[in-house]
Design a protein around this ligand. Structure first.
Ligand code: 6PG
Length: 237
């Protein structure tokens, strides 16, 4: 595990953008799975402002870690957030964007997306392999849309499952552990003091860590990055 701790959100965005740029330069074709939530937004803004010409966007294929079951025009849609803050600003061919269809019947969509991953991604050890999976961390210990209340979904035999947000009841489509842990690299992007406790528990494997889906993130490749701002990392020092 590699911990990267930065002073500000802007510094994290700078460094993660550079990390992405390097991955893209090293590999002609990059399959990335993006998360929703507020934290990736800062990265997307940085990429949209400063990396329009610094990354060969034609070599990047974008997928999602999870999606809320809403239409792509809904403000809750992870696709919409990514489109608004990143995709509409860079020259990425439409054919490189593989969104989860939040508007479709969830079980059907989980099946379709799971099959799409089998078809489009290299299969390594029997599972699809992303070059990079970018994760967020919920303050309840969830990651992707695998929540503590339904943690067993992490080990589902499928590539994608339907999950339910424990409080709002909103349905979501989510990648499962078999896909996330099969990625060549996995990176958590976490900011803010509200995340300090959960970061400490998950990273240090203390207290209730075993009940959090985020503690199950353990890429077979061994390449796990934690990009944190100093508030989120404040429990580690
Ligand atoms: C989503 C997610 C989710 C997110 C965490 C952290 O669609 O909500 O992909 O897993 O990454 O909830 O979200 P924040 O960055 O907003 O804290």
């Amino acid at each position: 595990m590699k911990l990267h701790i930065y002073k500000t959100k802007q510094e994290i965005a700078d460094h993660v953008a550079k990390y992405l740029q390097k991955l893209a330069a090293d590999r002609k074709l990059l399959h990335i799975a993006l998360s929703g939530g507020s934290t990736p937004k800062i990265l997307f803004q940085e990429l949209a402002h400063h990396y329009v010409d610094k990354i060969d966007w034609a070599g990047i294929h974008i997928y999602w870690v999870d999606e809320r079951c809403v239409p792509p025009s809904d403000n809750e849609s992870n696709y919409k957030m990514t489109a608004d803050f990143l995709l509409s600003h860079v020259k990425i061919p439409g054919g490189n964007i593989f969104r989860m269809h939040g508007e479709a019947p969830p079980a059907k969509e989980a099946k379709r997306y799971g099959a799409l991953l089998r078809q489009k991604l290299p299969q390594v050890d029997g599972n699809p392999q992303f070059d990079l999976v970018l994760l967020g961390l919920g303050d309840d210990g969830h990651t992707a849309s695998i929540f503590p209340e339904s943690k067993t979904l992490w080990n589902a035999p499928e590539n994608c499952v339907v999950a339910v947000h424990p409080i709002s009841g909103q349905e979501r489509i989510s990648l499962t552990g078999r896909v996330i842990n099969n990625a060549r690299e996995v990176a958590f992007l976490v900011t803010g003091a509200v995340k300090a406790e959960i970061v400490r528990e998950v990273v240090r494997r203390e207290d209730n860590f075993a009940s959090y889906p985020a503690s199950l993130v353990a890429p077979i490749s061994g390449v796990l990055h934690w990009f944190l701002d100093k508030e989120a990392a404040s429990g580690l020092t």
